[in-house]
Design a protein. Structure first.
Lengths: 377, 260
């Protein structure tokens, strides 16, 4: 019987084959999804550094970050499409650091889907079969499954130029999954879709992930996508991973000002701690619990701030008088900027509340929030 | 709506340029009688020289395609130290005077130079031979092919190649299955440009190989020896043959919708 690893590494340089066949490397116990150790990728004006990630087999992991943070670079480094300066990459427990992309067992779906424009939908989906020894009956079975699962039968003879955004995405997914990759890398796959259609595709993507035993690594800059799809999230900024954890953990307990702001905590302040109080500018905030550190950050979600004309008599221990400095229309909500001395707080209110309170720039107002609404890091 | 003065300036310049290009050509094409054209093409020397021009230019385009394609791909896909310098070197044959090209080629293929000595050992003659003509035409036509093919490769998203690699295709499989089918029209256009440049070459060829005579050299010789009326019919035939050839290639290279 042909050794499957030997078969897979056919045509690879001996040095690389040695690494691939290295029992130490290949038998390392990992999460069997993706493992990245001290990865560094260098470009003339950008650097991805100290990347350490462990993604479990079959996990739906989301890499979250703003544009230019290095998300796609990391994805392409995992895929072997860009050279790395340092570090090691493992896929399915095997080191693939020096393997070419075609030997890594990965699938990619790009933001623009990158379907081959000169091939029909069916030819696109079957493309990978040219390079994998898959039995004809097995290939046919897999093809039929994907065509049914992703509802692609009516369009198999069409060219990509004649497809809608949703159809393009489904074809790209089918093409990547046809060769049964152990890892599927998704580069902002929903961002090119119509916003009204995006939710529907999120459900479809989640359903697809649940039906197949493939590790999904998706990059996005949209935290709401991460919330609805991911089991775990890594937040990346300026080429470094800022925080890794459960999606709710990141949402509720950010560990840096960047992550806090990125997940929607618009009120992030550097403070000095004094027992159960935080000193912000010249006034004190009640934290409701003691903090050992002498200084750090606090963050408050804008939706956790209550604004009122009179001082709010409730259990909220933090209530301050300020002046409305800006009113921003956010569609369904209004973002109110309230200035207290030199500090600007941001709060969200409904349109109705805006009119009831008669908020315009320069109006004095009270803002209040519970001690439990304050996140300390 | 009244057109602005600048609009009329653009139109006037356009008409002037079109007239400048077309008038001499039209005059030349309509000057010789049909009978004269017929007798000219029956002349074995004329037929042979036109054929030699087409043959050597076509060969130059094919050589440029074979050698230039991988290089054009490299220039389109990779950034490396000194890339701008390399690209400038490729453009040198476009800017240097044509007789200089001929002299430069002779200087490295002469017996005093090691390349010339190797060629001599191998029995390859450059001076006054078809090989020499093809060498000159490759030299002057190659930049046109490389530049066009490079732009063609650049217009193809590298992501398509990335996807192909991720699906199991090697670099070479990806090139032949994805890049080539998407870029072949640019390559054809590049070959047409290379061929067109080669077929019009005179200054460099006349230095390297006066004989065997390509059409431009024959036209020049007839003009020098017998005057305008004797050289005109040969020129007309060269233009007509080239037009037909380029038209065919151009039609092939126009994108067509495969399936609606």
């Amino acid at each position: 019987m042909i050794n499957p690893v030997r078969k897979l590494t056919r045509g690879i340089k001996p040095r690389v084959r040695k690494i691939w066949n290295n029992p130490v490397a290949s038998h390392r116990v990992f999460s069997n999804g993706i493992n990245i150790e001290n990865l560094r990728v260098e470009f003339p004006k950008f650097c991805l550094q100290d990347i350490n990630l462990s993604i479990g087999k079959g996990e739906f992991f989301v890499l979250l970050g703003p544009n230019g943070a290095g998300k796609t670079v990391l994805l392409e480094a995992i895929a072997g499409l860009i050279p790395i300066k340092r570090g090691r990459i493992f896929i399915g427990g095997l080191e693939v650091t020096h393997l070419p992309p075609e030997k890594r067992g990965i699938g990619i779906v790009y933001q623009d889907y990158a379907l081959f424009p000169h091939l029909t939908v069916l030819e696109n989906i079957k493309y990978g079969l040219h390079f994998h020894n898959i039995e004809k009956t097995e290939a046919r079975k897999r093809l039929n499954q994907l065509l049914d699962q992703l509802n692609l039968r009516p369009i198999i003879k069409r060219l990509p130029t004649n497809l809608s955004g949703g159809e393009l995405q489904r074809v790209a997914l089918a093409r990547a999954l046809m060769v049964k990759p152990s890892v599927l890398l998704l580069d902002e796959p929903l961002s090119a879709l119509d916003p009204n259609f995006r939710g529907e595709m999120q459900v479809e993507l989640k359903g697809l992930h649940q039906n197949i035993n493939v590790t999904f690594l998706m990059v996005t800059h949209d935290f709401s996508e991460a919330l609805s799809l991911a089991t775990r999230v890594a937040v990346i900024n300026q080429g470094r991973i800022e925080q890794v954890g459960e999606v709710t953990d990141i949402f509720q307990r950010p560990r840096s000002p960047f992550v806090a702001e990125f997940v929607g905590m618009k009120n992030v302040f550097k403070v000095k701690f004094n027992g159960t109080k935080a000193l912000l500018s010249d006034w004190e905030l009640e934290l409701g619990r003691g903090v050992e550190d002498s200084q750090g950050y606090i963050a408050i979600r804008p939706e956790d701030i209550v604004i009122s004309k009179e001082r709010f008599s409730s259990s909220m221990q933090n209530s301050f008088k300020g002046i409305v400095s800006k009113v921003l229309n956010q569609g369904f909500y209004y973002e109110i900027h309230i200035r207290i001395e030199k500090i600007i707080f941001k709060a969200l209110i409904t349109k109705m509340a805006l009119f009831e309170l008669g908020l315009t720039e320069g109006v004095p107002i009270y803002l209040s929030f519970k001690t439990t609404a304050i996140h300390i890091f | 709506m009244k057109k602005e003065a600048f609009f009329w300036v653009t139109i006037s310049c356009g008409v002037m340029i079109m007239a400048f290009i077309l008038l001499p050509l039209i005059q030349m094409v309509i000057s010789p009688s049909m009978e004269k054209l017929y007798t000219t093409i029956k002349d074995k020397d004329v037929f042979r020289s036109i054929w030699l021009s087409i043959y050597t230019s076509g060969l130059a385009a094919i050589i440029s395609f074979v050698i230039g394609t991988p290089f054009a791909y490299l220039l389109a896909r990779k950034d490396f130290f000194g890339k701008n310098f390399v690209e400038s070197i490729i453009d040198i044959p476009i800017v240097i005077p044509h007789p200089v090209v001929g002299i430069a080629i002779l200087s490295v293929t002469g017996k005093d130079y090691w390349i010339g000595q190797i060629l001599h050992e191998l029995g390859i003659r450059i001076m006054g031979s078809t090989v020499g003509i093809v060498t000159v035409l490759v030299f002057v036509g190659m930049p046109f092919y490389i530049n066009t093919a490079r732009e063609g490769f650049k217009s193809i998203s590298p992501r398509l190649e990335n996807i192909s690699r991720s699906l199991g295709a090697s670099m070479i499989s990806t090139f032949f299955r994805i890049t080539f089918p998407l870029a072949w029209r640019s390559m054809i256009v590049g070959m047409i440009m290379c061929c067109a440049r080669a077929i019009s070459e005179f200054g460099a060829v006349v230095i390297v190989a006066y004989h065997p005579m390509i059409a431009p050299v024959l036209i020049y010789e007839r003009f020098e020896s017998y005057g305008l009326s004797y050289s005109q019919p040969v020129a007309v035939w060269l233009i007509l043959v080239c037009l037909v050839l380029f038209l065919i290639l151009r039609i092939i290279s126009i994108p067509q919708k495969r399936r609606a």
